[in-house]
Design a protein around this ligand. Sequence first.
Ligand code: FRU
Length: 493
Amino acid sequence: ELPKTKISHRDALLNAESSIAKIKDSVNKDLLRLKYHFMAPAYWINDPNGLIFYKGEYHLFYQHYPYAPQWGSMHWGHAKSKDLVHWEHLPIALAPSESYDLDEKGGCYSGSAVDDNGVMSLLYTGTIIRDGKVIQTQNLATSKDGITFEKYEGNPVISSPPEDGSSNFRDPKVWKHEDTWYMIIGSSKDEKGNALLYKSPDLRQWDYVGVLAESDGTMGTMWECPDFFPLGDRYVLMFSPMGMGDRKAIYLIGDMDYETGKFEWDVIGDVDTGFEYYAPQSFLDGKGRRVIIAWLNAWDWMPWFKNFGPTSKNNWCGAMSTPRTVELDVDGRLKFPPVEELKVLRREHYHHANTKVVPGVPLLPEYVGSDCLEIKVELQLAGCQAEEVGFVLRASKDREQQTLLSYNLQSKELRFDRSKSDGWSGGIQTVRLEASETLQLHIFIDTCVIEVYADNYRVALTNNIYPDPSSVHLDLYAVGDIVNLNTLDIWKL
Ligand code: FRU
């Protein structure tokens, strides 16, 4: 049980740890557990927080409720990694304990981490509800060893939003430019999402600069988890808008003027167009790469709308995407290739080249895959008369259960169809690809997660499915005419 009255931070952390310790072994036995995507040891996870490369290791914090497989008063779970693939769980870093963050419907909301001269410094939103009003403040917690965190006694470091009618005030993302710390906070005004800019000499005293960027009325009513970073000679603003329909992770590319505190953008795109990819956070790593990790879920199907999802009966819910890098493409748009470290997961390899996908003839008839695969394919489109080509993924032997990833050569649409995936998730998603001589897809399957890349990593599509563990059949099919297959590589992971 979450304590209802004031408690020391240390005791709040110990309570949370013992709740997880009691259940984690039984959770680990669940067949739906993912094999190489990051999950909490048990119970609930949402946004990635405080991503940082610190003293030679990657740290990942995350929104965590350590008492049930559902959203509840927010803690910060914690893990670290040497290679972005294998993660070691660490003690929970933040628990609600203070007047500004102890609340059953609030807690230690999302935020970010910076290295302040060797001191790992977390900036997060404290959320409490008083007289039905949500009160959100920005707070600091620091650590010298990167494991044990103390909340700053001068918290909150920002105690209210600017007095201009802003409501919602959360998810601080902090960075250093020259000798000054900057922070953006997700907010909204007049039903339009925006990102507010602050600056500070020391992470403790903050001055409001102004609105960095805001919706033009078509980009959502609130910008959750904004993130802002330089890339090449440009800047990128990412955020997860509320009230923008299916679009859940947007990026804007533009130029930053630190004199005026304004970001002028000219390119808009989607970080991922899948059903379940939310609140990506970025960080710069030791190799100079800009890496992002996102929560593999979305609020739309969350408990208060529908139910907790198939894994919650096994006492866990939620996971993180595999890490992707953010790169500027030649035409000034973004691409998001998965980090190359993932190659260490590759085991048995199957290679096909220069063959044909013939309608009605399964190319991989006896292929029993695995619930963990990496697939790379290149198909010839130029001069091809077929209507459609695609993969049958995670299929049962009789194909009663199957997930279809297909490409329509006329409409140039990539289509992810999970209407027969599991009898639970449902839904069809399409994304239009650019005209090209070939279709190249890169797919990662891990138990309940499918991450798909197309258009040279400019398109990403991430969805959850919950088929039976025995549904591991795979095929490649064509409709209407033969499709030439240049290469197909399949790795068991
Ligand atoms: C985004 C979000 C954040 C908030 C956190 C609470 O998924 O709603 O805006 O800080 O989750 O858990």
